[in-house]
Ligand binder design. Structure first.
Ligand SMILES: O=C(O)CCC(=O)C(=O)O
Ligand SMILES: [Fe+2]
Length: 338
């Protein structure tokens, strides 16, 4: 069993088609067997990455009062700030503070019969005390969307599907979710749950870690390996949408973060590429050889995987942010077991 994550080089996608076969097979097998890897040579300007990291530190260093002004409780779209201990994973509180940003779009006017997930679309909250945050995050969100779509097309090719097979799913409105995260250090006697074990709900996740360890990946039942920070690389993982789309051939791997020791902290910046909220994930026809190896999507009664993208995404948001759910989605909580 590997003790570190595999490394994949995005620049190899520029090879002529005839020379790509081995690389695409490696991409497919890594995504299938581990579901997590380091991505190097991704082409994102290192200065942009530095800027994103330093503006994130500046955000968390703001006085609590400023952060509370952009608290998520003000947003029916699940945007904004949460202090540590407010979010839940597997019924336990996560010890991390975070700031969520989504695709910057106007809120929709809902009709009585509209599905609740339509309320997920809307504007972000931005702190007045840190005006540079918005342009830096927008630039990063755009750059990450480009990289994520390149990688998604490579996945389609690696599965012998047309390269644009997934394009209709993310359409013109991909769900581009950025999360700035700070894990405060914890005393040995306190809860070490930075974020509890979970799968991500979208297509692909990219993590920009600092140099503090803590991220762990479940490579086999109850077997965890450390995804140690690797300078210049993203940690990439597969989300539930790719698991559903490939009938479980690709795997949305469970992962978690263990808190840093007291007096230290860990900063991680996540980019989640999701599909358009009104899309439904079809079951893609894989070639017989791959189809025979598909395991079917995992069935976990506490986490059903839903083909309707809006519902699958809302499921995760309602579970994580109980206070926002109570305030804006009370009717949905009654009608949907999340
Ligand atoms: O902190 C990290 O690097 C991982 C965060 C994570 O898994 C998540 O927010 O879904
Ligand atoms: Fe995650």
């Amino acid at each position: 069993m590997a003790s570190t994550l595999p490394v994949l080089d995005l620049a190899l996608l520029e090879l002529p088609d005839a020379e790509q076969a081995q690389y695409l097979a490696e991409l497919r097998e890594t995504a299938r067997d581990v579901g997590f890897f380091y991505l190097v040579n991704h082409g994102i300007n290192p200065q942009l990455l530095k800027n994103v990291q330093s503006i994130t530190r500046a955000f968390f260093a703001l006085p609590d009062e400023e952060k509370q002004r952009v608290s998520m409780i003000h947003s029916p779209h699940f945007r904004g700030y949460n202090r540590a201990g407010v979010e839940y994973t597997r019924e336990q509180r996560d010890q991390r503070e975070q700031f969520d940003i989504g695709a910057e779009r106007a809120a929709l006017t809902l009709q009585p019969d509209d599905p609740a997930w339509k309320q997920l679309q809307g504007p972000n909250l931005w702190p007045q005390a840190l005006p540079q945050l918005r342009p830096v995050i927008h630039a990063w969100q755009q750059a990450m969307t480009d990289v994520a779509l390149r990688l998604l097309r490579a996945f389609a090719k690696s599965l012998s599907l047309p390269p644009d097979a997934f394009d209709a799913l993310y359409g013109t409105h991909p769900n581009e979710h950025v999360k700035l995260i700070r894990y405060p250090g914890q005393d040995a006697a306190a809860s070490q749950q930075g974020v509890g074990a979970h799968k991500d709900s979208g297509f692909l996740t990219f993590l920009l870690q600092d140099d503090q360890p803590g991220l762990q990946v479940e490579v086999a039942p109850d077997q965890w390996i450390d995804a140690l920070p690797k300078p210049g690389a993203f940690v990439v993982n597969i989300g539930e949408l790719l698991e559903i789309a490939t009938n479980g051939y690709l795997r949305a791997t469970v992962h978690r973060v263990v808190s840093p020791p007291a007096k230290q902290q860990r900063i991680s910046i996540a980019f989640f590429l999701g599909a358009q909220l009104d899309a439904e994930v079809p079951l893609y026809q894989l070639p017989p050889q791959l189809a025979a190896e598909a395991r079917g999507p995992t069935s976990d009664p506490s986490n059903p995987l839903l083909r309707e993208v809006g519902w699958n995404y809302l499921k995760g948001r309602l579970r994580s942010h109980r206070d926002v759910a109570q305030r804006y989605y009370a009717d949905t909580l009654i009608s949907v077991k999340s």
